[in-house]
Design a protein around this ligand. Structure first.
Ligand code: ADP
Length: 472
């Protein structure tokens, strides 16, 4: 059994700690172990990141950029191995894992460049004997807490802009998927990134999180995960007024208008719904189809969904891997049963196979009072419902505490823009099922979170604004 250690202050340590199993959800086999670290190691990581901060932040942007670029090159070289590790611990099909490594690495290449564009300003003063300067400085030590659904991208999307800005980090990956994260950090070490700049700790989430949130030296928390945990961390972070970036839950509506290109809508909705077996926070969660195209969309959609292949992500041709664990399966099955119990029609799928696999499922005749229309599903279930007017569908789509992603399908530019503007969502896929990309801002309205990741917006989250008023 392979054991992976944690990395603090340039040292791989934790051999002496209790071990946690990492399980392949496709086979239920234990594939490796990692240390069950707690408060002590978490505090050690803070001290390390804090010490490294002054040197890292005083490097020139060009020097930091070069390190990030080296890391990028190594990830590229090792992409097959990283993707395989990801599939084994997380379950997604290998082709998707490889896609995620490319996407994750896109943040390194983007922010290696963006590091050089942290510009200041010179503001016109009201008198001739003053000059008003604004410059940007790194926030400081950053705590990074990530989920299991994107074991690589959720790390680089945070760590790349943090490093580019001049911050140092401590990472706590999800307990289900620490291996991809550890391998990324091994490559960061190989890239020569100075010791203490990146630290990674696996183990007890609450003990590690609490140690980081209580400490005054940690100036920011960047978190992706559930709204419930986000709310708790926000409360804990309030004691020391930490800066926060929170990427939380979603409940994405899809709106298919009467003039949509149905073939395209089917392809894009499948991509938006079934990627990662439906376990992404931007996954299509509720599909509203205009009365006049409802039947034709449903027929085509259901036929295509029933062709999706379920299986171990390492096997060729698999589209849908296992869900992450039993709780995830239960939540999805509860939603299907609730919907069918209240009158929804099971068009395809609906069954559990071998513990953690769920057949890709389409439900029709869905009503807004069903659980699947109110709660995030995080599984391969597509509920389809009808609407008759633009006004009605906007109201129903906005009726959620979440506001992360929404999708619209129409061939009319003006309708598309009008509805995009009316939706209370941070990301709109207009005739596009996969809008996420490193150079664009990703983030939510309402209880889907705070701040943006990606693009030039993403680096601002790791920068303080300093105003210098010069009397001359
Ligand atoms: P999910 O439902 O996707 O597993 P969670 O919000 O539970 O999402 O987990 C996201 C990340 O937050 C994981 O790394 C998890 O270990 C961490 N986490 C969960 N609870 C806490 C906590 N009380 N303090 C700090 N981190 C936590």
């Amino acid at each position: 059994m392979k054991h992976f250690n944690i990395f603090i202050d340039g040292q791989w340590i934790g051999e002496d700690l209790e071990k946690i199993d990492v399980i392949n959800p496709a086979t239920s086999e234990v594939v490796a172990t990692v240390p069950n670290a707690g408060k002590k190691e978490a505090e050690h990581a803070i001290a390390s990141a804090y010490r490294a901060f002054s040197e890292w932040s005083s490097l020139s942007a060009y020097e930091r950029s070069e390190y990030i670029r080296q890391w990028y090159d190594l990830i590229n070289e090792h992409q097959d191995e990283l993707a395989k590790t990801m599939t084994v611990e997380q379950g997604k099909p290998l082709k998707e894992a490889l896609g995620e490594i490319g996407y994750a690495n896109g943040f390194l290449s983007w922010y290696a460049e963006e590091a050089k564009r942290i510009y200041g300003e010179l503001i016109p003063a009201t008198s001739q004997n003053k000059r008003l300067f604004v410059q940007k400085q790194p926030v400081g030590v950053v705590a990074v807490i990530t989920p299991w659904n994107f074991p690589a991208a959720m790390i680089t999307r945070k760590v790349a802009p943090a490093l580019a800005a001049g911050c140092t980090v401590m990472i706590k990956p999800a307990e289900q998927t620490p291996l991809t994260a550890i391998k990324l950090v091994e490559l960061a070490e190989k890239a020569g990134i100075p010791k203490g700049v990146i630290n990674i700790v696996t183990g007890n989430a609450e003990k590690i999180g609490d140690a980081w949130l209580q400490d005054e030296r940690v100036r920011k928390l960047t978190f992706t995960g559930s709204t419930e945990v986000g709310r708790l961390l926000m409360q804990k972070a309030s004691k020391t007024i930490k800066k926060l970036s929170l990427e939380l839950g979603g409940h994405a509506p899809v709106i298919i208008l009467d003039d949509a290109n149905i073939e395209k809508a089917v392809t894009e909705v499948i991509a938006a719904k079934f990627r990662n077996a439906g376990q992404t926070c931007v996954c299509a969660n509720r599909i509203y189809v205009h009365d006049s195209v409802y039947e034709s969309f449903l027929q085509k959609f259901k036929n295509k969904v029933s062709e999706l292949v379920v299986g171990n992500g390492l096997e060729e041709g698999v589209d849908i891997g296992p869900l992450i664990d039993k709780h995830a399966v239960k939540k999805v099955i509860d939603q299907i049963e609730d919907a069918v119990g209240k009158g929804a029609v099971l068009e395809t799928g609906g069954k559990v196979i071998n513990d953690l696999f769920i057949e890709p499922t389409v439900l029709s005749n869905v009503e807004d009072d069903m659980l699947c229309m109110m709660e995030e599903t995080f599984g391969p279930v597509a509920p389809v419902t009808r609407f008759s007017s633009e006004e009605e569908v906007i109201k129903r789509a906005n009726n959620s505490i979440f506001g992360l992603a929404a999708y619209i399908f129409t061939e009319s530019i003006s309708k598309g823009i009008r509805i995009s503007e009316a939706l209370d969502y941070g990301i709109i896929g207009l005739n596009d099922g996969l809008p996420s990309t490193p150079q664009a801002p990703f983030g939510g309205f309402k209880q889907s979170g705070l701040g943006r990741e990606g693009g030039y917006h993403g680096i601002e989250e790791y920068l303080e604004v300093k105003y210098i008023s010069l009397g001359i």
